[in-house]
Design a protein around this ligand. Structure first.
Ligand code: PLP
Length: 440
């Protein structure tokens, strides 16, 4: 149960003030600043504790990096044993790296071999460079609303304002303009928008990259025809199909969302939940493509001091082994996800609020927009102010959710049905208080 007790002195605010003096904006990743709570000091299971001693039921899950629950004993024990053996040598290969790659090859339909990186951004950057090398082409197609990390090729057109959507909407200054222009934007669930790019740029598109469920704008569920269409199109036109499973991988099914949808991409990228909070990412895929990373016979640079480090590999292997040995993780999180989604849908209907509840497995998203929500175009009708107020109300009641409108929330292996029901009770109060803002 979240707790409302606080210490007398606002310690979190003092830490935030110190942070602002030495860290630009006071946080190390731009979307982490939400005002109060400013700073966290503890995490365990489904809960996190802020610097003022207040406990929150955590649906934020470190943007999805926490899958089994915080500080999971099985994962932490594996990390401790790894630390007792070896830190970092940087030559040859450790058995942990081999075991991790073997496990991924065994479980992920598209994986014939694998490389380990430190983050999801590194994984997608490697997959994109590999696609360009393998095809000898320059352009990339991504979808409006998809996020694939902070590197130049993909840092554009995520949560775009309506006047910027589908246009030129880089996430940062300082990106090489040619890199921005080499990425074409399409509409999710609209195969014709992808075909149009191929038709307009014959023999120039190296890859199509997608989050199979674009969770960076909540949960747009793909139609099977769309994903199958992408598979056929990329194959016919000589481009690489990349599934970015940084969020969906291991979370929705042991074989990733590709197993659920039954479509096998050429390359798959991983990160986040794969190691339950420890920094690891990876690229897996077709052997003929992946062999380009072979330092002796290939031509695509694979480098990284911390790639395949023992701590990350031990955490990833422990997480994946735990999931494989406990398939009830999936039945449980899927059931709890459905309980939350059904509960929110019933609440908004009861209160006469125009909203759409979306999600898959243990992920849920609340859009303040009328159904159907299939692509980004539908999301431009979202009432962002209402979501921000909803988030604030839930946080004040001890339920931590992603602070940005259009993002998703996560149910981990540590959440319980009772906690879902408590969350729904709090949501009822918050939604009721928002009703004047939201009535149809
Ligand atoms: N791909 C997806 C789908 C993501 O959601 C993210 C991060 O949010 C990334 C890639 C980048 O991963 P990282 O933050 O580990 O660099």
């Amino acid at each position: 149960m979240p707790s409302a007790q606080r210490r007398e002195a606002p310690r979190g605010q003092a830490i935030a003030e110190r942070a602002a003096r030495v860290i630009p904006g006071g946080v190390n990743s731009s979307t982490r600043y939400i005002g109060e709570p400013y700073s966290f000091t503890g995490a365990g299971g489904a809960y996190v504790t802020d610097a003022d001693g207040r406990r929150y039921l955590d649906y934020h899950a470190a943007f999805g990096a926490i899958l089994l629950g915080h500080n999971h004993p099985v994962v932490n024990d594996a990390v401790r044993s790894a630390l007792d053996g070896i830190d970092l040598v940087g030559l040859g290969v450790t058995e942990g790296e081999v075991r991790l790659a073997e496990r991924v090859v065994e479980l992920i339909p598209s994986a014939e071999s694998m490389i380990a990186t430190m983050s999801g951004s590194e994984a997608t950057a490697q997959a994109i460079r590999l696609s360009r090398a393998a095809t000898g082409r320059d352009l990339l197609v991504k979808f409006q609303g998809g996020f694939h990390g902070w590197t130049d090729s993909v840092a554009r057109n995520v949560i775009s304002a309506p006047d910027k959507a589908y246009g030129r909407d880089p996430l940062s200054e300082g990106i090489l303009p040619q890199a921005i222009d080499a990425t074409l934007i399409a509409e999710f669930n609209d195969l014709d928008s992808v075909i149009a790019h191929f038709d307009a740029n014959p023999d120039r598109i190296a890859a199509v990259i997608l989050e199979p469920i674009p969770h960076n704008v909540g949960a747009l569920l793909p139609t099977r025809e769309f994903v199958e269409g992408l598979r056929t199109l990329t194959r016919d036109r000589g481009a690489v199909l990349i599934f970015d499973e940084v969020i969906t991988g291991f979370r929705h099914a042991l074989g990733g969302y590709q197993e659920v949808v039954g479509v096998t991409p050429d390359l798959t990228t991983f990160g986040k939940g794969m190691a339950n909070g420890y920094p690891v990412g990876g690229v897996a895929g077709r052997r003929d493509l992946m062999e380009r990373f072979n330092g002796r016979t290939g031509d695509v640079l694979l480098a990284g001091t911390f790639n395949g480090n023992p701590i990350g590999c031990a955490a990833a292997l422990a997480t994946i082994d735990h999931l494989a040995a406990n398939p009830d993780f999936y039945t449980r999180t899927h059931e709890l996800g459905a309980r939350m989604r059904d509960g929110l849908a019933a609440l908004t209907a009861e209160l006469g609020i125009e909203a759409t509840v979306a999600g898959f497995g243990g992920v849920f998203a609340l859009y303040f927009a009328k159904a159907p929500v299939l692509g980004y175009r539908d999301l431009m009708r979202n009432n962002d102010a209402a979501y921000i107020a909803f988030h604030r109300g839930m946080t004040e009641r001890g339920f931590l959710m992603l602070p940005m409108a259009l993002k998703r929330n996560h149910i981990s292996g540590a959440h319980t049905a009772e906690e879902i029901d408590q969350s729904l009770e709090a949501a009822r109060e918050v939604l009721r208080s928002l009703r004047p803002l939201l009535e149809v």
